[in-house]
Structure formats: structure tokens, C-alpha cells
Design a protein around this ligand. Structure first.
Ligand SMILES: *Cc1c(COP(=O)(O)O)cnc(C)c1O
Length: 366
């Protein structure tokens, strides 16, 4: 034991288990080619325009960034049609989840999440010594009626991602309308839309619309997924100015670096890259669905760039065998789904490699 005592709520915390990095798998198994299909990154990489902007911006790397992200703020404000002071930027939307917990969750208060939710909601709540109310999912989706029923006097926030990570399912406009309406204004409602670009469809809510009349709602989006900038760490929150001001109070002054801001600005201009990314995603989705069906594996239809599927055996074992074959996916045992794996939809080359490896792995663990 170290002589310096940790806060009690930290002692039982398990560090976030990220997808295995490519370099680590290459080292461990002596492999040259490894497909990472574990962290929902864009398989086409970053927009070429963003890469060019990065190159240009790199000469100013010695200068502190603009902590207020002046140009990016202006551009997003125009694109989203929200006032400039309704935006806050984070070192990934991950950081915004931390800032939200820091600014709002008091010790002993509770945060309502889905039992199968993005793990950062749980970690940040625990860091603040908040309590979690974990609501079981219904048909592999958030049980929003369960969320509403769980609200009590000590509830400070409700957090969920829509579409959901890790499930890939979406709750529709009517359901989000319902939860917004039923959430008291003293409870912060965090709508995490990390997969917004993939999820957009006729029934997907226009969540920015809620912001005008609901000063307790914050929407989170990111440049890490469809925009392909996960390595640079940049995401943003949209809410009424009072929430934004509170998050700015706890936000580190230079949290979003200069290169990330420049790349994000350029990425917003590259509509073609986004369209191509969405096309590759929907083609890959069709292919993987088809292959899963042929193999007799069930899967959860997705509104994102990843698919959860059931290997009907110990998922960890299949996961480990796939690693040796040079394909990184994500085991789902930590979400209480021990026979499921989560695979990020890749390029067709990656998707084919994944299916070939999967067939081999399944034949080794009958
Ligand atoms: C990926 C992801 C994020 C975080 O993305 P950042 O890289 O931190 O912007 C947030 N929420 C969900 C549900 C995610 O899947």
C-alpha cells in the first residue's frame, strides 16, 4: 500500500478497457498486418483536407491553442444554427463527460444510465462518488420508461448514447420526446450522439430542437467517428449558455489542441469524405449481415458503424483467436454479454479478412 490514501470511490474503480492498439497486437503475435475493428474509427482514415490542414498547422505547434476555439465555434454555430455561446469543446467528447460529472454530480446523488452503456458514464459518476442507477435494456435498446421510473429526488443526471454504443440500436424521436418531457428540469439530460452521422434517419430525433425549451439538455457530438479524427481528440457539446458556462468553469484552459481545431475545421468542409465514409459503412454492413446469416450467427441490426453479433460460444476465446489471426474486435463480456463480439465495420478488404478469420476461429472452438 502506498502511504498516500486514495479517495475511497477511486479504489474500486476499474480503468477504462480500450480496444487493443494495432502496434500491441503486432508485437505480441509477431504479425505484420493487423486490422483494428475494435474502436469504431473511420476505416477510410481522416479526410485528406484535414490531413493537409494538419500539415499546415504543425508549424505553429509551439503556440498554445485558442482555448475558446474561435473559428471552429463560428463554423459549427453556422452549420448547426445555434448561437456561438451554446457550444463547448472537449478533448474528445469523453472529456466533456468528465466535465459534466465534475460540474454537476454531487457525492451521494445518482446518475441514471443503461445497464449496457458507454462505460465512461459509469467511471465519471464513480469518480464523483455518485451512485449509478443502471436500467436493464429492453430488446437490446435503452428502456426509456425504465429511465423515467428511476428518477428520484437524488437524481442529478440521465446519460445515454443514441444510437447506442455498445448496442448499435437507436431510440426514435417519439421515445426521446417522451424522456425529454418526463425529465424534471433539475435533472441534466445528456444525449450522447457520437454516432449521429450514421444514425440520421427519418425517425431519428433532431435533438438540437429540444435545446431551446429545455435548459437541462446537453447534446454531445464528436469528430472521432465518422469524421475520422479520433487520434486528435476533439468533440463538442451543445446546450444553453448556463450549462456551457458551468462546463467552462471546470474545463482545462487549453484542452483542445491547435492541430485538432484546424483538422476539425477542414473536416467539416469535406462533405465528400463523409459521404464516402457513410457509403463504405452501409456496403460493409450489408456484406457482414449477409455473412453472419450464412454462418447462422445472429446480430443486432445497427444504426452505427459497428455490429454486435452472437458467436454462441465464449466470446473471449473467439476474440483471442481472432487476435492471433490479426483481427482486433471487442469482447462484450464486460457488458454482461459473454457470447457477443462487437466489430467495427471496415473497408471491404478488412471485412473479408474479418469473416475469413471468424470462420477459422469458430471452427477451432466448436
Ligand atoms: C466513441 C464514443 C465517444 C467518445 O468519443 P471521443 O473520441 O471522446 O470524442 C463518446 N460516446 C460514445 C457513446 C462513443 O461511442
Amino acid at each position: 500500500m502506498t502511504p498516500v490514501e486514495t479517495r475511497k470511490c477511486i479504489r474500486t474503480l476499474k480503468p477504462y478497457p480500450p480496444g487493443k492498439p494495432i502496434e500491441e497486437v503486432q508485437r505480441e503475435f509477431g504479425l505484420k498486418h493487423v486490422c483494428k475493428m475494435a474502436s469504431n474509427e473511420n476505416p477510410l482514415g481522416s479526410s485528406p483536407k484535414a490531413l493537409e490542414a494538419l500539415r499546415k498547422a504543425s508549424k505553429d505547434a509551439y503556440l498554445y491553442p485558442d482555448g475558446h476555439a474561435y473559428y471552429l465555434r463560428k463554423k459549427l454555430s453556422r452549420k448547426l444554427r445555434v448561437p456561438e455561446d451554446w457550444l463547448v469543446f472537449g478533448n474528445g467528447s469523453d472529456e466533456l463527460i468528465y466535465l459534466i460529472a465534475m460540474a454537476y454530480v454531487r457525492s451521494g446523488e445518482n446518475v441514471i444510465v443503461s445497464e449496457k452503456c458507454f462505460i465512461e458514464y459509469k467511471i465519471t459518476t464513480q469518480i464523483m462518488n455518485g451512485r449509478l442507477k443502471e436500467i436493464p435494456t429492453k430488446d437490446f435498446a435503452h428502456d426509456i420508461h425504465g429511465f423515467v421510473r428511476a428518477i428520484d429526488k437524488k437524481t442529478r443526471a440521465i446519460m445515454f448514447s443514441n444510437p447506442s454504443n455498445p448496442l448499435g440500436t437507436m431510440i426514435d424521436k417519439k421515445e426521446v420526446d417522451y424522456i425529454v418531457k418526463k425529465t424534471p428540469k433539475r435533472v441534466l439530460l445528456v444525449l450522447d450522439e457520437a454516432y449521429y452521422e450514421y444514425g440520421k434517419s427519418r425517425n431519428y430525433p433532431n435533438s438540437l430542437y429540444y435545446l431551446k425549451t429545455n435548459p437541462n439538455v446537453i447534446v454531445l457530438r464528436t469528430f472521432s467517428k465518422a469524421y475520422g479524427l479520433a487520434g486528435l481528440r476533439i468533440g463538442y457539446g451543445i446546450a444553453q449558455p448556463e450549462i456551457i458556462e458551468n462546463l467552462n468553469r471546470v474545463r482545462p484552459p487549453f484542452n483542445v489542441n491547435r492541430l485538432a481545431q484546424e483538422a476539425a475545421l477542414a473536416a467539416l468542409d469535406d462533405k465528400e469524405h463523409i459521404l464516402r465514409s457513410l457509403k463504405v459503412n452501409s456496403e460493409g454492413k450489408k456484406y457482414l449481415y449477409g455473412e453472419f446469416k450464412k454462418m447462422g450467427l445472429s446480430y443486432i441490426p445497427t444504426h452505427t458503424n459497428f455490429i454486435l453479433f452472437d458467436v454462441k460460444r465464449d466470446g473471449k476465446e473467439i476474440f483471442n483467436t481472432l487476435l492471433r489471426l490479426g483481427v482486433i474486435v471487442r469482447p462484450m463480456s464486460i457488458y454482461g454479454m459473454p457470447t457477443f463480439l462487437r466489430v467495427t465495420i471496415g473497408t471491404m478488404t478488412e471485412n473479408r479478412k474479418c469473416i475469413t478469420a471468424l470462420k477459422k476461429a469458430l471452427s477451432l472452438h466448436t
